[in-house]
Design a protein around this ligand. Structure first.
Ligand SMILES: Cc1cc2nc3c(=O)[nH]c(=O)nc-3n(C[C@H](O)[C@H](O)[C@H](O)COP(=O)(O)OP(=O)(O)OC[C@H]3O[C@@H](n4cnc5c(N)ncnc54)[C@H](O)[C@@H]3O)c2cc1C
Length: 446
């Protein structure tokens, strides 16, 4: 715990509350613009929801609570990593492996055709879909790009109007949509769903590619990004809880910490989940800030961590067709134990699985999908369920997301839940942080 006392800072002072991706991006942008930035994070490490825990089997190692995937289209986050000199910590995976029962596998990768046709061969090569399925998918994606989703109230309804049957929806459309929006297409906002396909599959040659960290998330965000932030002059206070904002002269003048200390600043960025805002804003005059995202609802994701006595998945990752989990990932660190496997189950709010039945369902699927697992012994399993992983994306959700930026003189909000046009992702969080910082850097913000 850091002992704060009363801290005096000079001109151009900014405080960023929340050390997730949004807060890190905001702190970096403000520091690079010459502000003296203090980043306040309540947990012991930066990274927010992108976090790790001690490996219970390989002592001394970290395991990610849940694998975090960056796609090639996440331009803002990739640019931040480049600016920090950390691009090498994400490894591009140009091939996505689709895996189904019996270990049948397809390689989904760009051909030499220019975008938007670069993935046509990859679609044609998917082993688990028939020729008519693929023709229907290709025609639907083309229509999505050219005409959009029209008057369809949900993405599921649009798919139904396109004649996409339940099996194709489950084995193709929802594999993508549940992974990206954490909710099936039935009930999902058509605009966000369209964005996933356009930005992720049509926009550029590498936009669909996975970029996976080669180190645990805590090392990436806390150790490496923390070092870069400190190098840019950012003062990082972890294990430090912001209690409320301090108002004065019609603007924000700083924050009060839970331990009683006060930090003063000309500008503050609140980069915390929407649920935390009401308490932090309580120090401001009643009704001063309206846009709080109170209509947003939580959506959960579970990660099933499995430690086998040997490698059971031949590839670094796999998208699972017709399974409980959408994805399997091996350990991100190359020299870590070979037998670690993580299954990511998005959209868990649609199921009633408790931890034990979820683990059993995933273990059963691995037995069917990974033939090598039949000779393997399971040493340990652990389910990590994050109930507030993302927000739900019903139709109209975009109206419930306030834009990142200034909400009161001297105060800006950021976070993946703000209105960036992106789903709840690290990319959305990064964009929001930069947008919030830019708003404060504009003359009217300060
Ligand atoms: C299981 C799971 C899987 C995911 N998979 C992916 C993925 O594959 N790809 C992807 O792009 N995204 C993924 N996401 C989403 C991604 O993690 C989030 O979109 C992103 O990390 C949100 O960043 P943020 O900065 O907006 O918020 P957060 O990460 O929630 O950060 C907010 C920070 O504020 C801190 N805080 C809150 N209150 C206070 C206070 N009073 N004082 C001080 N600090 C405070 C919190 O401790 C937290 O560190 C996943 C999320 C989960 C949970």
């Amino acid at each position: 715990m850091v002992n704060h006392g009363f801290i005096m800072v000079t001109s151009q002072r900014s405080i960023v509350v929340g050390g997730g991706v949004a807060g890190i991006a905001a702190a970096w942008r403000l520091a690079k613009a010459g502000h003296r930035v203090t980043l306040v994070e309540s947990r012991h490490a930066l990274g927010g929801r992108a976090r790790s825990f001690p490996d219970p089997v390989e002592k001394g190692r970290l395991v990610d609570s849940c694998q975090h995937v960056v796609m090639g289209c996440c331009s803002s986050l990739l640019a931040l990593l480049r600016q920090m000199g950390l691009s090498g910590l994400l490894r591009p995976h140009p091939v996505i492996h689709f895996l189904s029962h019996g270990g049948r596998r397809s390689r989904f990768e760009a051909s030499r055709l220019p975008p938007p046709g670069h993935l046509a061969w990859a679609l044609a090569g998917l082993h688990h879909l028939g020729v008519a399925d693929k023709a229907g998918i290709a025609a639907s994606i083309a229509s999505l790009a050219v005409r959009g989703t029209g008057t369809a109230p949900t993405f599921g309804e649009w798919l139904a109007r396109r004649g996409q049957g339940a099996r194709v929806v489950r084995d193709f459309w929802d594999l993508v949509i549940v992974s990206a929006l954490n909710q099936p297409s039935d009930g999902a906002c058509p605009r966000l769903a369209r964005k996933v396909f356009i930005d992720g599959f049509l926009a550029a040659r590498d936009s669909h590619e996975l970029r996976l960290p080669i180190i645990p998330l805590e090392d990436l965000f806390h150790r490496h990004m923390g070092e870069r932030l400190a190098g840019a002059g950012v003062r990082i206070l972890t294990a430090t809880d912001c209690k409320t904002l301090l108002p004065g002269r019609g603007r924000v003048t700083g924050i009060a910490l839970r331990d009683g200390a006060r930090l003063e600043a000309e500008t503050v960025v609140l980069a915390v989940p929407w649920e935390r805002l009401p308490a932090l804003l309580a120090g401001l005059p009643e009704g001063a800030v309206r846009c709080r995202g109170e209509r947003l609802r939580r959506a959960g994701i579970a990660a099933v961590h499995l430690w086998f006595d040997r490698r059971v998945l031949p590839t670094a990752h796999a998208a699972l067709v017709g399974a409980t989990a959408q994805w399997l990932f091996r350990h991100p660190v190359a020299d870590a134990g070979d037998g670690y496997l993580q299954a990511v189950v998005s959209g868990i709010d649609e199921t009633n699985h408790d931890a034990e039945s979820l683990a059993n369902a995933v273990i059963g699927d691995i037995g069917r999908f990974c033939p090598a697992s039949r000779r393997a012994r399971l040493i340990k399993s652990k389910v990590v369920r994050e109930n507030l992983a993302t927000f739900r994306v019903p139709p109209g959700v975009e109206n419930d997301r306030p834009r990142p930026g200034i909400v009161f003189p001297g105060l800006a909000i950021a976070g993946d839940w703000t209105g960036t046009g992106w789903p709840a992702t690290m990319e959305g969080a990064c964009r929001s942080g930069i947008e919030a910082a830019n708003a404060l850097l504009a003359p009217q913000g300060c």
